[in-house]
Design a protein around this ligand. Structure first.
Ligand SMILES: [Zn+2]
Length: 203
């Protein structure tokens, strides 16, 4: 036990550790203040992202018509624990919402957290930044784990954020096209397996 003098409030306090500068009360208060500030910073960052997204939407479509519900929901959810990780994610969400597709964002799946899920279409959508170019293997392994969690009927679609930004209006058609392609591939694989089974009489 040590009797120490708090550097902050000047009161003596007892500590089992020598050399502590601040008493428990002062440390707790400081942590609280820091947490509150961090929260404010997070909200501020989100507000900035929202503003940027609004500006881009305004430039792109000249109107917020069709986005009102989405924007008011977005503003209402700004202090939700999981929020959009980037401006481009917000833009993607706007586009998905506009097309009437149901979605959720920043969804925990197993140990991962995915950018979007589109539950009716059974799609996981990831908006990848430039750094994903060097981590294709890791992403592939991650996608496999996600599918294992959600079920084999699900698909993970990855789209580069730059592509989303420069072709925002084409995002949903692109998703649909990719899904069509994947469906075809699945059918081809199924046919191949059936043919093999026939050939080797596997039952
Ligand atoms: Zn103190």
């Amino acid at each position: 036990m040590f009797v120490l003098r708090c550097i902050e409030c000047g009161k003596d306090f007892i500590s089992d550790e020598d050399g502590r500068a601040k008493c428990t009360d002062c440390r707790e208060l400081e942590n609280k203040e820091i947490n509150a500030l961090n929260k404010q910073i997070a909200i501020l960052t989100r507000q900035k992202r929202l503003r940027s997204a609004k500006r881009i939407i305004g430039e792109l479509y000249g109107t917020y018509q069709g986005y009102e519900t989405f924007l008011s929901e977005l503003e209402a959810s700004i202090d939700r624990p999981r929020w959009f990780g980037s401006v481009i994610e917000i833009l993607a969400a706007m586009e998905i919402a506009r097309s009437g597709i149901k979605y959720d964002y920043q969804v925990p799946i197993g140990r991962s957290r995915v950018d979007f899920i589109l539950p009716d279409l059974k799609i996981v959508l990831e908006i990848d930044g430039i750094y994903h170019i060097n981590r294709k293997d890791k992403d592939f392994a991650r996608d496999k784990k996600i599918i294992k969690h959600l079920g084999p009927e699900w698909e993970v679609i990855r789209i580069e954020d730059e592509l989303v930004k420069s072709n925002l209006k084409k995002l949903v058609p692109a998703i649909m096209k990719i899904m069509e392609q994947r469906k075809k591939e699945r059918e081809q694989v199924k046919l191949k397996i059936q043919a093999l089974e026939k050939r080797f009489k596997v039952k």
